[in-house]
Write a protein of this length. Structure first.
Length: 101
């Protein structure tokens, strides 16, 4: 059997019986790791503190896209969500650029 894997981190995450080696703090994050408690992520989140209230919902979420959709659906009932989600978008744009560098 031939297994071909493409994408950032895919080689580490393709076989659950072989976890990624330690010491890869600078490894680009998977989607559900974008709000983790890494030093550079926390520093970036401080620049976008408007999203601080929704970070607990996003940290550790198995499907970050679904959690963001849940938060978006709450925005009509909780108008602050619009501002929080906008800040989260700017944070993601910034962090993804930083991770790429």
């Amino acid at each position: 059997m031939l297994l071909i894997i493409f994408g950032a981190g895919a080689s580490f995450d393709s076989d659950p019986s072989r976890p990624a080696p330690s010491g890869l703090e600078n490894r680009p994050p998977l989607a559900n790791q974008l709000f983790d408690d890494r030093h550079n992520f926390v520093a970036a989140l401080c620049q976008f503190d408007e999203c601080a209230e929704i970070v607990p919902f996003l940290r550790g979420a198995k499907a970050i896209e679904q959690q963001l959709e849940v938060l978006q659906n709450e925005a009509n009932e909780y108008p602050d969500r619009f501002r929080q989600l906008a800040a989260a978008r700017w944070y993601l744009q910034f962090m993804l650029g930083e991770c790429g560098d």
